[in-house]
Design a protein around this ligand. Structure first.
Ligand SMILES: Cc1ncc(COP(=O)(O)O)c(C=O)c1O
Length: 460
């Protein structure tokens, strides 16, 4: 946490000058080890606005993006031949490892049978039942990104409740769904700072309260004008915030009492275990969303409805005027998605794989916590299943506002580059690390050793 600005400031318990020195020294090491990457990406990649094909490639704290040669299991090899133990795993898209063997086989097989045809395949028949069995909801639809799945599920919520508002928790992220892009500032809802081209006041239709703040939630739902509360079970898109005991029970009770639907977005918390946080902790959502790793890295997402939500939606559809529903996208529910989803659901999201992920993630969290303790850093470690995060501030954090002030971008950037130089890649957003079924104990050991070395350097 920054206690003062300027050259003498302390960030996360560390003198800002020491952080700047570490960052500069590590940047130099990074450059020296990557002449090919630097030549190819260092001055911006030709043909792309801002020199990158996707704007968040400039969010990496490294001096330039690493040019990837290949990724296998939980290891990335870059164009200069450096190997990185990959704990970023595409920020969850490859949470089950890079090109899991069953998924790669499914891709090869489907490649000879056509990639998209707007009609169901044998795999589509299997996936419907697999989704029911694994996640416990009876009715499903397929989309391509979690963003789209959330957008469509929110439409259903509005349609069946006849209400136009939604509620999000401060600090949440559910993809680039316009109406979720709000924040609390000085106690008031505002459009999330930095939105490009957004001319609407999103707070007119979106209520926002702090996670874990039940009185505020109760007050916000009282008018019975909210169609849906959309939330992750654990806030993972700010520094990680766990639900306080009783929070989910109260959230479900309050939403039911006010006729508000509950959408649980499991796109990140699928790390929790088989069936996600929902199945592990017995949540009862009306709507459920999962994207990113559901097809082992091939773009696909799913959204599910409870029996009651589905029958209300069917009734709504019978009564509505004919015409375009506002939900779609041509490439969704294509046979490649079904082939890879089937492989993932049947052969990758297994209890054995989750047991391995859970065991190594526990080891990783313990190793990081030990280093933090050893060097008396005012930091803490959080975990939801295979997803682990170290946070450069004391914890646990209670809500999005606390998570925002715990974020220490300069310090985190220095640590990330130092870790890369020690052969470890973690997610560029926050300090997120994922354990896959193919991550090895040796990789976890290397990450803990690298982190300990960097912590010692910062604390010296
Ligand atoms: C909880 C959650 N939901 C949805 C999304 C959006 O996923 P996508 O970018 O694949 O649309 C994200 C992305 O980080 C997420 O963290």
């Amino acid at each position: 946490m920054s206690v003062s600005k300027g050259s003498n400031s302390i960030i996360g318990g560390i003198d800002a000058r020491r952080i700047a020195e570490l960052r500069a020294a590590e940047a130099e090491i990074f450059r020296k080890a990557r002449p090919k990457s630097q030549a190819r990406t260092g001055n911006g990649i030709a043909g792309y606005f801002d020199g990158v094909p996707m704007h968040w490639m400039t969010d990496w704290p490294t001096p330039f993006p690493i040019l990837v040669e290949s990724a296998r299991r939980a290891t990335i090899t870059d164009a200069d031949g450096n190997q990185l133990d990959d704990f970023c795993l595409g920020d969850t898209g490859s949470m089950f490892g890079h090109s899991p063997a069953p998924v790669a086989r499914a891709i090869r097989k489907q490649a000879g049978r056509g990639l998209t045809y707007m009609l169901p395949s044998e795999d589509a028949l299997a996936v419907g039942t697999l989704l029911q069995e694994l996640f416990g909801l009876p009715y499903w639809q397929i989309a391509t990104t979690a963003t789209d799945a959330n957008r469509f599920a929110l439409r259903v919520a509005r349609a069946v409740t006849g209400r136009d508002k939604i509620l999000v928790f401060n600090g949440a992220y559910h993809g680039s769904v316009d109406e979720t892009m709000v924040r609390i500032k000085d106690g008031k809802p505002i459009n999330r700072p930095g939105l490009a081209g957004e001319f609407r006041d999103l707070t007119k239709r979106t209520k926002i309260v702090e996670f874990n703040d039940l009185p505020a939630l109760e007050a916000a739902l009282q008018a019975k004008d909210v169609a849906c509360v959309i939330t992750e079970p654990v806030l993972t898109n700010s520094c990680m915030v766990l639900p306080q005991p009783g929070f989910h029970d109260a959230l479900r009770r309050l939403t039911r009492e006010t006729g508000t639907l509950l959408l649980i977005d499991e796109t990140h918390t699928i790390s929790t275990g088989r069936g996600g946080y929902t199945q592990t902790h017995g949540l009862e959502p009306d709507l459920f969303v999962l994207g990113k790793p559901v097809a082992g890295g091939v773009p696909a997402s799913v959204w599910g409805m409870s029996e009651e939500t589905a029958s209300r939606y069917a009734a709504y559809n019978r009564g509505k005027e004919p015409g375009y529903s506002g939900m779609g996208t041509t490439l969704s529910a294509n046979p490649l998605q079904f082939a890879t989803m089937r492989a993932t659901l049947e052969e990758v999201m297994t209890a054995e794989n989750y047991a391995h992920m859970e065991r190594l993630a526990g080891k990783l969290a313990a190793g990081l916590a030990a280093a933090i303790k050893r060097y008396h850093l005012p930091w803490h470690v959080m975990r939801v299943g295979a997803r682990v995060e170290f946070i450069c501030a004391p914890g646990p954090l209670g809500n999005g506002a606390e998570a925002e002030s715990a974020h220490a971008p300069e310090l985190e950037a220095a640590v990330h580059v130092a870790l890369v130089n020690r052969g470890v890649l973690i997610a560029p957003f926050h300090n997120m690390m994922l354990i896959s079924p193919v991550t090895t104990a040796a990789q976890v050991k290397r990450l803990v050793a690298a982190f300990t070395e960097v912590a010692a350097r910062l604390a010296a």
